[in-house]
Design a protein around this ligand. Structure first.
Ligand code: PLP
Length: 388
């Protein structure tokens, strides 16, 4: 048997993922299921980025790279972080990683010792609890409530602090709720971090897809630059999920020490991927188009479900998701998702997969073309009507 470190990596909120896996199996077997349960784009990486990669492969960029990232990549990432956070960022503050997920794991290992404690705000991206557990960190989950538009409350976070707490993990724009945290919400959390001398790990991988809201990074707030680690990724913003490229931004002396994590794990990113990423970052391939596409899809879907009986929508301001409260129809959101799959062949994620705070809800992913989303809305409305 593997170590407890490994065997302890059980998926969190695993209730609900079965709906997705079952739908995937059936979909792959040819059943006409509309998949609204996945968080990956339905379109490919922009052609310019693909071409940049092919050029780099042909030019012989096949070798080891610098551990924190090739200089041009760190520079391009620093520029992107400056835009994302509104704080001037230098290349020395950047650690490139294979995706945002690896940056999250690095941030858990870097801020907490084994046996320390971290606070995770729910609803959360499903890997958060197992990522911290793999780093042998104890966690507390603090719920952001639907009635607050899924904006977390600083007082609830503060109440979960223990003498061993080292870090708070938040995500805006949020997966799964689509909530974009307000300046006021972030100021409240920043105040807690400053007073209790805590790290804030801020996952901002959806920052370019903030919808009609303005993305605010807590790193821009007074006294926060030195205690914030920002997680970024090219997966969502640049349509590069399968390329595995992301980064962590933090104080220079801290990030310099984190380079040793890349030494013992990835030994640096692939050279040709790094060069394609530089091209994508420097030229913004796909960014505006992807943001517009999701903004339009949100409008299309929300317009199409308007007037749906007994279903309320909260959060759902940005990111790639819409959250619907279906509890007035069916209190058990997992049962709702199963029944929807059976009756109408629409696959959604039950909210419980993202922590108790999202129970009673379903998460709709907008990773389908407009006409498919309209059809899904029609089926969803018909299904809701069947509860009458
Ligand atoms: N953070 C959030 C909130 C996500 O939704 C995802 C992916 O869905 C990630 C991080 C990780 O993305 P990646 O590792 O592809 O950068």
């Amino acid at each position: 048997t593997p170590s407890s470190r490994v065997s302890g990596i059980t998926p969190s909120g695993k209730d609900g993922w079965e709906v997705h896996f079952e739908a995937m199996t059936r979909h792959q077997a040819g059943e006409p299921i509309i998949m609204l349960s996945v968080g990956d784009h339905d379109f490919h990486t922009p052609a310019e980025t693909v071409e940049a990669c092919v050029r780099a492969v042909r030019a012989g960029h096949h070798h080891y790279t610098q551990l924190p990232g090739i200089p041009r990549l760190r520079a391009a990432m620093a520029k992107a972080t400056s835009a994302c956070t509104g704080v001037e960022t230098s290349p020395a503050q950047i650690l490139s990683t294979p995706g945002g997920q690896a940056a999250l794991f690095a941030s858990a290992l870097a801020t907490c010792d084994a046996g320390d404690h971290a606070i995770i705000v729910a609803p959360f991206y499903a890997t958060y609890p197992p990522t911290f557990r793999a780093a042998q960190v104890d966690i507390s989950i603090v719920d952001a409530h639907a009635e607050d538009g899924f904006q977390p409350q600083a007082a609830a976070i503060e109440a979960a602090i223990t003498p061993r707490t080292r870090a708070i993990l938040i995500n805006t724009p949020n997966n799964p709720t689509g909530a974009v945290y307000t300046h006021e919400t972030l100021e409240g959390i920043a105040d807690v971090c400053r007073r209790h001398d805590l790290w804030l790990i801020s996952d901002e991988v959806y920052w370019t897809i903030a919808g009609t809201r303005r993305h605010v990074s807590p790193r821009s707030l007074p006294g926060m630059e030195e205690r914030t680690l920002v997680v970024n990724s090219m997966s969502k913003s640049h349509g590069m999920t399968g390329w595995r490229i992301g980064w962590l931004t933090g104080p220079e002396d801290f990030v310099t020490m984190l380079i040793s994590l890349n030494l013992v794990s990835t030994y640096g990113l692939p050279d040709f991927i790094s060069r394609a990423a530089v091209d994508a970052l420097e030229n913004g391939h796909g960014v505006a188009d992807i943001a517009e596409r999701y903004a339009k899809r949100r409008t299309v879907f929300l317009d199409a479900i308007r007037g749906m009986n007994d279903v309320t929508m909260r959060g759902s301001e940005g990111g790639m998701y819409v959250m619907l409260d279906v509890s007035a129809l069916e209190p058990d959101c997992e049962a709702f998702a199963w029944a929807l799959l059976e009756a109408e062949k629409v696959a959604v994620m039950p909210g419980g997969s993202f922590g108790d705070a999202a129970k009673g809800h379903i998460r709709i992913s907008l990773c389908q073309p407009d006409e498919v989303l309209r059809e899904a809305a029609t089926r969803l409305k018909r299904f809701a009507g069947s509860y009458k």
